[in-house]
Write a protein that binds this ligand. Structure first.
Ligand code: PMV
Length: 307
């Protein structure tokens, strides 16, 4: 039943994501393997108001003075949905610039909240279309993997031309995830890779694509050790391409010394988060504690199983 409250309020949710293998190469048409980070939450509440305004950790105030990408996006949504003045309250436990898909999650939750407020159904395609608009102004050339992963609850193999496929895996592994405290710009990272590819050719991207195919196989076979090796190989290539960071390299070394089966950056890089694979949850938790003791900010331990 419609109540006055739900006529005047729309709520939208999204969560973060991690890319296990395939960041950057996915922009060049290769597969990426990604997991939703459903333990994280981004929430937007949209309410009718006398003046359009944003309340968030990133920005507080009238829409007119909001960062350009946010302003443009909300104005477009309001026009498409015939929404008059609104207030948007955004809460998120995802750090920005961490490679965890925070901008796609914010866009997805705003979209859902606005559709809900205007009482219009929101299809997955429409949600992804709106996230794409936001992501394009935030980082230029999005593959679409973040939009998909922050909107779905299943791990997937994502390809920007072939679409996506849900992963079924017998694997029982744990990923320790922590933030280097270096905030990387995905836009800069994507541009840096584009320059690298222009100068050096796209061999690195092809190798990353091959590693992603191999990872798909290891996931179906339940080969956790093989998967770990692939993650570390991916890190070597991402470092060569220039999107790692000394702090990230230190965290990767810490993880390998702690017995991780593999470790790498996740997402755009130039800082951001590191993921490290373990067979046992207790080992993943122990690494998170070690990282914490060294001043990094541990985020989550993610169970990789999905059958
Ligand atoms: O840094 P994030 O969470 O926005 O992840 C970006 C992933 C890239 O492959 C680098 C870019 C993309 O659009 O796929």
């Amino acid at each position: 039943m419609q109540t006055i409250d739900n006529l005047n309020e729309g709520v939208g949710f999204a969560h973060g994501k991690i890319i296990l293998i395939g960041e950057h190469a996915v922009v060049y048409g290769h597969d990426a393997i990604a997991w939703p980070l459903t333990a994280s939450q981004v929430k937007t509440v949209a309410r009718r108001a006398s003046l359009t305004q944003i309340h968030s950790a990133l920005y507080q105030g009238s829409l007119m003075n909001a960062p350009e990408y946010l302003k443009e996006f909300v104005i477009k949504l309001q026009a498409a949905l015939h929404l008059p003045e609104i207030s948007l309250t955004i809460t998120s436990d995802l750090p920005l610039g961490a490679g965890l898909g925070s901008s796609a999650a914010i866009a997805g939750s705003i979209t859902e909240a606005c559709f809900s407020l205007s009482q219009q159904p929101l299809s997955l395609d429409d949600r992804l279309k709106w996230i794409h608009i936001f992501e394009t102004s935030v980082h230029g050339n999005p593959s679409g993997v973040d939009g998909m992963m922050t909107s779905t609850h299943s791990p997937i193999v994502f390809n920007k031309t072939k679409g996506f496929q849900t992963i079924q895996t017998p694997i029982k592994g744990y990923l320790a995830i922590a933030h280097s405290q270096i905030f990387g710009s995905t836009k800069e990272a994507v541009a840096l890779v584009a320059r690298y590819v222009q100068l050096e050719g796209n061999q690195s991207m092809q190798t990353l694509g091959r590693l992603a195919s191999q990872a798909k196989l290891f996931l179906t076979q339940g080969n956790l050790v093989g998967l770990g090796h692939l993650m570390t190989s991916v890190q070597t290539i991402l470092k060569q391409v220039g999107v790692s960071h000394t702090q990230v390299d230190t965290m990767v070394n810490d993880a390998l010394q702690a017995g991780a089966l593999g470790a790498k950056l996740t997402g755009g890089g130039l800082g951001g988060c590191v993921i490290a694979l373990f067979e046992r949850e207790s080992d993943a938790l122990a690494l998170c504690q070690r990282w914490k003791d060294k001043g990094y900010s541990p985020g989550w331990v993610l169970h990789l199983h999905h059958g």
